[in-house]
Write a protein of this length. Structure first.
Length: 49
C-alpha cells in the first residue's frame, strides 16, 4: 500500500457513532413493534365503532 491505513477515529467519534447506531436500532425495533400491533389495533377500533 502506498499511503497506509486511514487515521483511527477518536474516542469522541466512536462514542457518537455508537450512540447513533443504538438510536437506529431502537427506532427499528420500535417501528417493528408498531407495525406488528397496528393490524390488531385497527381491528379493535373498527369493532368499537
Amino acid at each position: 500500500m502506498m499511503y497506509g491505513a486511514p487515521p483511527a477515529p477518536s474516542k469522541d467519534q466512536l462514542a457518537l457513532q455508537e450512540r447513533m447506531a443504538q438510536a437506529e436500532v431502537s427506532f427499528a425495533l420500535g417501528l417493528c413493534a408498531i407495525l406488528y400491533i397496528s393490524p390488531h389495533a385497527i381491528e379493535y377500533f373498527t369493532k368499537l365503532f
